[in-house]
Design a protein around this ligand. Structure first.
Ligand code: SER
Length: 317
C-alpha cells in the first residue's frame, strides 16, 4: 500500500487497539495516531502522533496532506449516554467529522475511509431478535440519529462520487487495554474491573436486558478485514450488521462467577436502561458473513477468561 494510515480518535477505546494492531502489521512509521489531546499511553509512543480536532476540516486536511494519508480510520464520536446529555455537541461532532473525511475522499486527498456505525441506529420499532441488515430504523437517541444519518451519507458519497467508504455497526465492545467512555454497553466492561477489585458489581441495566456485544479482538479483526477486503466484495456501503455475543447482565455475571469465587451482582437501572431497551437484543450478520467471510472467534466464557487474565495483570492483582 502506498501512503500512510491515519487514525482519528487513536486514544479512545477502539483507536488504541486499532493503532497497535495496524502498527504491528504495517510498521510504526506507517500508522499515524491522532486525537484531540496527546495521550500518555505508553502503547502509542512508538510512532507518529498528531494533535487533531476532527471537527476542524482544515486541520484534518493538513494532517492528511502532511503524511500522504491513503486510508483514514475515523473513530471519533460522542457515544449514546453522553450524547443524551449534550445532544447538539454530539450531533455536531459526529456529523462534521464524518463529512470532513468524506469530502477529503471525494477530492482525492485520501483514498479510503473506515467509519463505524452502531447498533444504536436501530430503535424501539425495530425487530429485537436477530435484527436484519435491512429493517425499520427509527433510533431514539441523538447518537443513533447521528449514526443513521452518517450511514446515509456514506452510501451517498459512494454512489454519487465513488468514495471507498466501509462501515460496521459495532455492537457493545468489551476490552481491557483501554476503557470505553459514555456508552450504554459500558457496564459489560466495568463488571470485570469490579469483579477483580471488589468481588461484586452493581449494573446500571436491568437483569434481563440483553444486548449485542463483542470482544475487542474480534472487533479489531473485523475492522481490518472489512477495510482491506477487495472493493467488489463490499456490497453494503451504508454499514454492515456485525454479531458477536448476545447476553444480559445476569448471563455475564454467571460467566464471571465461574472464574471469580463468590462474585455477586445486583442491578439498579438508571437512564441508560431506556436507551438499551430501544436497541436490538441480537443481530443477524449473515450479509457480513457472505460478503467478506466474517466469523467471530470469542464466546462469552472465552471473553470472560481473556478479560480477567489481562485485567489482573494490568491492575497488579
Ligand atoms: N457502545 C455504544 C454505546 O453504548 C453503542 O455503539 O453507546
Amino acid at each position: 500500500m502506498s501512503g500512510t494510515i491515519l487514525i482519528l480518535g487513536a486514544c479512545g477505546q477502539i483507536g488504541t487497539e486499532l493503532t497497535l494492531a495496524l502498527r504491528e502489521k504495517y510498521g510504526n512509521e506507517h500508522v499515524v495516531a491522532s486525537d484531540i489531546r496527546r495521550s500518555d499511553l505508553p502503547e502509542l509512543q512508538n510512532g507518529p502522533f498528531e494533535i487533531l480536532d476532527a471537527s476542524d476540516a482544515s486541520a484534518m486536511r493538513a494532517v492528511c496532506e502532511k503524511y500522504q494519508v491513503h486510508t483514514l480510520y475515523h473513530l471519533v464520536a460522542m457515544l449514546s449516554a453522553t450524547g443524551e446529555k449534550f445532544p447538539m455537541k454530539a450531533w455536531d461532532l459526529n456529523m462534521q467529522s464524518l463529512l470532513h473525511a468524506l469530502e477529503l475522499a471525494r477530492e482525492g486527498v485520501i483514498q479510503k475511509i473506515f467509519w463505524p456505525s452502531s447498533i444504536a441506529v436501530f430503535g424501539p420499532t425495530t425487530p429485537k431478535e436477530n435484527t436484519p441488515q435491512q429493517t425499520i430504523m427509527e433510533p431514539s437517541t441523538v447518537y443513533g440519529i447521528s449514526k443513521l444519518a452518517g450511514e446515509r451519507w456514506c452510501e451517498y458519497y459512494f454512489k454519487k462520487y465513488g468514495v471507498d467508504v466501509r462501515s460496521i455497526r459495532y455492537p457493545g465492545l468489551i476490552s481491557w487495554k483501554s476503557q470505553p467512555g459514555g456508552g450504554t454497553t459500558d457496564y459489560a466492561v466495568e463488571i470485570y474491573y469490579k469483579a477483580i477489585e471488589e468481588g461484586r458489581y452493581t449494573a446500571f441495566l436491568s437483569e434481563y436486558r440483553a444486548l449485542p456485544m463483542m470482544y475487542m479482538d474480534d472487533a479489531i479483526r473485523a475492522t481490518i478485514e472489512l477495510t482491506e477486503a477487495p472493493a467488489e466484495k463490499v456490497k453494503v456501503r451504508s454499514s454492515y450488521n456485525l454479531a458477536g455475543i448476545s447476553f444480559d447482565p445476569v448471563t455475564i455475571a454467571a460467566s464471571v462467577a465461574k472464574y471469580v469465587d463468590g462474585f455477586t451482582m445486583d442491578c439498579v437501572p438508571d437512564f441508560r436502561e431506556e436507551i438499551a431497551a430501544s436497541w436490538p437484543a441480537s443481530i443477524d450478520d449473515s450479509k457480513a458473513q457472505e460478503d467478506w467471510n466474517w466469523t467471530p472467534k470469542y464466546d462469552l466464557d472465552s471473553m470472560t477468561q481473556a478479560m480477567l487474565e489481562n485485567l489482573k495483570v494490568k491492575l497488579g492483582k
